[in-house]
Design a protein around this ligand. Structure first.
Ligand code: F2R
Ligand code: MG
Ligand code: MG
Ligand code: MG
Length: 352
């Protein structure tokens, strides 16, 4: 049991690192069949024997995830948001060229200027006061989904407080909550039992229904379906109509769910990649469902470092680290440190 849990912490943390490193070279590209072929060659090579090559560098996704894990390890509960904000800012000014979002840098500068006395205002002022709806909250949330297993309420509260340091738009916040819940659900499942993908999606829908209702107050039957619930219904729809003779292709996923930096158009996409990879995908020759999920996410292009990173976090929390190919792992910058962080996070989660 503890071996399984420890492997799941490593799997999820390494999965998010690998997705980031593997997707980063293609971030911002448009989907094309040429790109998909390039991605296939790249994954095939990294599934073979070890060869020496420069590291694939990680980006802001991993830089911020590291800080969240560090904060939970050093100052377990309740989440110390002031300390976490300092870690984010410190990390940014140490290595500003990790591909951070264009807006979030403003938050870091304001936090540093106000000496972390006001943690709320800088994020709230973003985008003329509407707050960021980017996926920056979701991309770093996995450690929280792992750490708080067994305490759902505390997990949701910590994920929301972690996100609000930089993102206050309800789409940015709820996207982070959805990603956190997906990691948490995966963590709790036994990878030896066959995954019921419809049930997994239904459980996410039920939880998001409560979260999205809380904000709008009373439910009016004439109200439109709330945004995340609507996206998750599309995830189910895509999963259910996947006919092996006419498989769902990348263009359909991009057209239906999206592949952008908006949390609404990337978190449900990552969940789809994880669930879809439980069956074979044409053009991805592997028996390894973990690899399949990340490769499919990278194929989507667009914000594929982040979508693949979020997919890897969910997949790794389900399968554990035993599913991760050694060569692929060893080509990612910081993989040893991430393994150590995952182990420390696991230890901290036992004594919280
Ligand atoms: N920033 C990137 N990729 C761009 C290119 C990087 C390049 N490779 C390089 O090296 O320079 N990737 C990273 O950013 C995403 C996470 O972003 P985050 O943390 O959410 O940042 P931000 O700035 O808050 O939001 C991102 C953009 O979304 C738009 N946006 C958000 N809310 C908005 C609103 N209310 N109104 C209008 N626009 C809004 C803005 O364009 C923001 O800049 C990840 O992909 C990560 O990998
Ligand atoms: Mg990035
Ligand atoms: Mg089709
Ligand atoms: Mg990205």
């Amino acid at each position: 049991d503890s071996v399984l849990a420890k492997g799941k912490f490593r799997g999820s943390m390494l999965g998010s690192l690998i997705g980031d490193c593997m997707g980063a070279p293609y971030e911002g590209e448009e989907f094309s069949h040429g790109l998909k072929t390039m991605v296939r060659k790249y994954f095939d090579k990294l599934d073979g024997p070890y060869f020496s090559a420069p590291f694939k560098p990680y980006t802001d996704d991993t830089a911020m995830t590291k800080s969240v894990a560090k904060c939970l390890i050093e100052k377990p509960t309740p989440l110390d948001v002031k300390y976490l904000a300092k870690l984010f800012v410190q990390e940014y000014f140490l290595e500003p060229r990790r591909g951070y979002g264009a807006g979030v840098v403003e938050v870091f500068k304001k936090l540093r200027k106000n000496k972390f006395e006001d943690l709320q205002r800088p994020a709230a002022e973003q985008f003329n006061g509407s707050g960021s709806y980017g996926n920056g909250g979701a991309m770093r949330v996995a450690p929280i989904g792992l750490f708080f297993n067994g305490n759902y309420e505390a997990m949701i509260e910590a994920a929301e407080r972690c996100t609000r340091i930089t993102h206050t738009n309800s789409l940015g916040v709820n996207g982070a909550l959805l990603q956190c819940i997906a990691v948490h659900q995966s963590f709790q499942l036994d990878p030896k039992e066959k995954l019921d993908v419809t049930k997994f999606a239904d459980e996410l829908i039920a939880k998001m229904e409560i979260i999205e209702q809380d904000q709008s107050g009373i439910v009016d039957p004439n109200e439109p379906t709330p945004p995340y619930k609507e996206q998750l219904l599309k995830v189910k729809e895509l999963l259910s109509c996947d006919d092996p003779n006419d498989p769902i292709v990348e263009e359909e996923v991009i057209g239906s769910l999206g592949n952008s930096i908006a949390a609404l158009n990337s978190v449900p996409t990552a969940i789809y990649c994880f669930l879809r990879a439980h069956s074979e995908i044409p053009g991805i020759e592997t028996d390894n469902a973990f690899r399949r999920s990340i490769q499919f996410a990278v194929n989507l292009a667009g914000d594929c470092d982040t979508i693949a990173s979020m997919t890897g976090a969910i997949s790794g929390a389900y399968f554990g680290d035993s599913c991760i190919g050694e060569t692929m792992k060893k080509h990612c910058e910081y993989h040893e440190e991430v393994t150590q962080l995952a182990d420390k996070l696991y230890e901290a989660s036992l004594i919280k």
